[in-house]
Design a protein around this ligand. Structure first.
Ligand SMILES: NC(=O)c1ccc[n+]([C@@H]2O[C@H](COP(=O)([O-])OP(=O)(O)OC[C@H]3O[C@@H](n4cnc5c(N)ncnc54)[C@H](OP(=O)(O)O)[C@@H]3O)[C@@H](O)[C@H]2O)c1
Length: 255
């Protein structure tokens, strides 16, 4: 590959929830484009190890480390952040806050613990992980934070009150932090996927998935690689003048 094809050469990434789904696609593409990556997992230890093995074999000159990190828990997240910095020689250039969960249930039947799990994981992790990493990010001269929100956070989705609220919170967080850190050459953006093929959407019963595809102008769910391409673009120098934005990637779900 030429230098032009390695737009992330030498860039140090921290990715939460990197063992599977969208997070794993980001880890793979970032390594392929020249980055070093420390990524977190919670339950998927075997998948995390397998991903590291695959990427060490493909890119022996680049660092790829899997670290346990339960980002909904402040102590677990702090340990993860410290260990990630350690692996990346004390600094980072890109933070991808990707870890997330959903608990789809109509609001009238939602239990408090379901609400708490979704909000603590999706929104609480923004504090738990970003807080210890934001100052190290400002030290390299330029840095990027990319938060994985959702089209549900922009438009709301029935059966997803907690999820939509947590993802809307990520959007507010993104815009406020972008204003705070712009003067330190750190950009902060959110990516808002629509329906993307991962374990999260595999839970949708096939008849409902068929119906949902009729609502998407392109007629299909997106792939984790589609989202990873956008994330890696936002992490590259080509996106240096983009900050505080929410970029929807949904096949035109809402136009
Ligand atoms: N798929 C979609 O259609 C879609 C649409 C919009 C937004 N998103 C967002 O995209 C992100 C990735 O989702 P996905 O589709 O790739 O889903 P997924 O395949 O279900 O993956 C979820 C990821 O989050 C991690 N995670 C969950 N709870 C965690 C915790 N407490 N601590 C640390 N990690 C945790 C999981 O790690 P372990 O497996 O190690 O536990 C896993 O890597 C999420 O923020 C999701 O809300 C997805």
């Amino acid at each position: 590959m030429t230098t032009d094809e390695l737009p992330l050469r030498g860039r140090r990434f921290v990715v939460t929830g990197g063992a599977r789904g969208i997070g794993a696609a980001v880890v793979r593409l970032a390594l392929a484009q020249g980055a070093d990556v420390a990524f977190g997992y919670h339950r998927s230890a075997d998948q995390a190890d397998a991903l590291c093995d695959e990427l060490h074999a493909a890119y022996p000159d680049r660092r790829c480390t899997a670290l346990h990190g339960r980002v909904s828990d402040s102590t677990g997240a702090e340990k993860f952040a410290a260990a990630a910095l350690d692996c990346l020689s004390g600094g980072l250039d890109v933070l991808v806050n990707n870890a997330g969960v959903n608990q789809d249930v109509v609001f009238a039947r939602m239990r408090r613990e379901q609400w708490d799990e979704v909000v603590d994981t999706n929104l609480g992790s923004m504090f738990n992980v970003t807080r210890p990493l934001v100052m190290p990010l400002t030290k390299g001269g330029k840095g990027t934070i990319i938060n994985i929100a959702s089209a549900s956070g922009l438009h709301g989705a029935p059966g997803q009150t907690a999820y939509s609220a947590s993802k809307s919170g990520i959007i507010g967080f993104t815009k406020a932090l972008a204003k705070e850190v712009a003067g330190r050459a750190v950009t902060v953006n959110a990516v808002a996927p629509g329906f993307i093929h991962t374990d999260m959407t595999d839970m949708i019963p096939p008849p409902q998935a068929c119906h949902l595809k009729t609502l998407i102008p392109t007629g299909e769910f997106g792939s984790a690689d589609d989202v990873a391409a956008l994330v890696c673009f936002l992490a590259s120098d080509r996106a240096r003048y983009i900050t505080g934005q929410v970029i929807e990637i949904s096949g035109g779900l809402v136009i």
